[in-house]
Design a protein. Structure first.
Lengths: 341, 149
């Protein structure tokens, strides 16, 4: 009796294993072979980008093709970037995936969050970039042995909608809505890749022109402000990185100081440059060379209820206030505009 | 003892049992206890604070800030202000005194500002959890307040 049950159980497991194997293998491997995008563009212009993709399928099925596009948050990509696809299975539009759609294998989050969790900021140093997720308007039907070549054609209108000249690493992810960001673990087989998804990070893209301050996502900055976009009634964290320039611009000390001049809405200016506790950036860890000050601009500059802080220029100084570090290590101050776009 | 007598005794016994059974059960009238009105009266201080998910407590001094609610007058007072839902003292209302999901602050001379409101009991004590954006709308702050007295 036990023997019979054992044999039946074994068969059941074999059946299950076959079913699971069948599910796992019902997919297409994906690779982004090339992205055609300009190296530079002007704020407000239209930019055309082509993403070339190869797929290699090992079974039959249907799936929506998913495209993730990483751009600065202020570019309003969902509104400004129109995308079409063209492949040996047909042509069509890429449509935005609703934020309420839970991505497969994501642990219960939507596609943009899944992309952020999985791929991060693609090497961009300021956390003010976002993934925008698109999918093909209809599912693509594929057969075992299919080799599907296709392109995504992105028309990006009014690029740099926030008006800021920018240096950023744009990134692309192609996947499908049946597998998410998974792989089969069989690297080295006949397929070009073992993943059912692929990411490509491009070299730094330069956006010139515009009325705002340069936002450089690509290169380490002497100072950064978090949140990147804030008003004077936010709590902001100013970070100074003494390791960016060698030799270090300021001596290794437990603290450095903010020396700032604010321009207010009524045209007046307020300077705070006192090397005291309120302007002290403390080192995050001994000898780290990273210094931080978190402050409330309205309080630091002592503005009244009817005034707002529009912008500030600032230096980082040593304890004595005599050694000042400015933008790019020069004698010109850093600048920051308090705005939300 | 003849059969007639036994039958009579059994009849009385059955009547007694039925009477006892009937008398033993009655519908209990359970009066529902009304949910208490949420009284915020007291002084509350920040015990947790985050900005876009980043813990602000080690970075920013919240120890001097507090908010005092006066439930009778419906007023609040900010002490040593920090960026908050409203910049000045004023009045407050709850959307539902028994089951509040939203609190509205109206600074003196200002417009009403509603905000999501949570009022859980943590470790036996009430806390207030509020989410708001005092600066740019995309910057989200969550404060958890605990009563000091």
């Amino acid at each position: 009796m036990n023997k019979r049950l054992h044999i039946k159980g074994k068969n059941l497991w074999r059946l299950c294993a076959l079913v699971v194997l069948g599910i796992v293998l019902s997919c297409c491997y994906t690779i982004i072979t090339e992205v055609d995008q300009p190296a530079t563009a002007v704020v407000g212009s239209t930019v055309n980008i082509t993403v070339h993709v190869n797929n290699s399928c090992n079974s039959s099925g249907t799936a929506h093709v998913v495209l993730g596009f990483l751009t600065p948050t202020g570019w309003n990509t969902a509104q400004n970037a129109k995308i079409t696809y063209s492949c040996t299975k047909g042509n069509g539009n890429m449509v935005l995936i609703p934020s309420t759609t839970i991505a497969v294998n994501s642990g219960g989050v939507n596609w943009p969050t899944y992309m952020k969790n999985f791929f991060g900021n693609a090497g961009n140093l300021i956390n003010d970039v976002q993934w925008t997720a698109y999918e093909s308007d209809v599912p693509i039907t594929y057969n075992n042995g299919d080799k599907i070549n296709g392109t995504f054609n992105i028309t990006f209108n009014n690029i740099g909608a926030d008006g800021n000249p920018t240096e950023v690493k744009l990134a692309y992810v192609v996947a499908n809505d049946q597998n998410g960001f998974t792989f089969d673990g069989n690297d080295g087989d006949s397929s070009p890749t073992s993943e059912y998804y692929n990411e490509m990070i491009m070299p730094c893209f330069q956006l010139t022109g515009g009325t705002g301050d340069l936002v450089d996502f690509c290169n380490p900055q002497l100072t950064t402000i978090d949140p990147p976009k804030s008003l004077d009634n936010d709590i902001v964290t100013l970070t100074y990185n003494n390791n960016v320039v060698t030799p270090a611009l300021l001596p290794n000390a437990s603290a450095v100081y903010l020396c700032a001049t604010a321009t207010l809405s009524d045209g007046t200016t307020v300077t705070v440059c006192d090397q005291s506790a309120q302007t002290m950036l403390t080192q995050t860890a001994a000898a780290s060379g990273i210094y931080q000050l978190t402050f409330w601009p309205r309080k630091l500059f002592g503005v009244t209820a009817s005034q707002t802080v529009v912008s500030m220029t600032y230096f980082i100084t040593d304890k004595t206030g005599t050694t000042k570090v400015g933008y790019g290590g020069t004698t010109s101050p850093f600048t920051y505009k308090f705005k939300c776009t | 003892m003849n059969n007639h007598s036994i039958l009579r005794k059994q009849t009385w016994l059955i009547i007694a049992l039925v009477a006892t059974f009937c008398a033993s059960c009655k519908i209990e009238q359970v009066a529902p206890v009304p949910e208490s009105k949420k009284d915020l009266t007291g002084t509350w201080k920040v015990i947790q604070a985050s900005r876009n998910g980043t813990n602000l407590v080690p970075l920013f001094d919240f120890t001097q800030f507090s908010i005092t609610f006066n439930g009778t007058a419906g007023t609040y007072t900010l002490n040593n202000p920090v960026p908050f839902i409203v910049p000045a003292n004023g009045k407050y209302t709850l959307d539902d005194p028994q089951y509040p999901y939203s609190i509205t602050f109206t600074a003196t001379g200002g417009q009403p500002v509603p905000t999501a409101f949570n009022y859980p009991i943590i470790n036996g004590a009430r806390q207030i959890i509020m989410t708001f954006s005092p600066g740019c709308a995309q910057n989200s702050y969550v404060f958890t307040l605990s009563k000091t007295n």
